[in-house]
Design a protein around this ligand. Sequence first.
Ligand code: CU
Length: 158
Amino acid sequence: MHIHKFEKIWLTFGVGALLVFLTVLGVSAFYLGNQPPSCLATINPEKVDTTAPFNEPGLKKVEGKDWDYELVFVAQAFAYTPGTVEVPLGAKVKVIATTKDVIHGFQVAGTNINMMLEPGYISEYVTTFDKVGEYLILCNEYCGTGHHMMTSKIEVVE
Ligand SMILES: [Cu+2]
């Protein structure tokens, strides 16, 4: 079978790109331990209100961990609890969130926090807030008639 020279170059490039991609993915997942924000911790979605830490949503200072604060959010149609939260500037925060009903999004505009909240799963993301300002939290998964009103706010203060 005759394969044209350009065809060969293109095939080599395609297969090479795939191998590079799989190598990067493999190193990231199995060596660096990167995982999706909601793949390990589970929760009974009917008992969110009585399960720690979701029985006390909001910001909490923690000791002896890799982060200084834990910021707990509960999502349900069509709101987040808490509605507004203040975070001190420069704080290393672990955002912990789940949903009580359907799938919701959890995107913090202007940051790289963008998680999907799935019923039965806990989504987590560790970040540092190093700029003062107001950060809008939006739902980016269509969840029903009030979806467009589903917001919350993080205020980073000195
Ligand atoms: Cu929504």
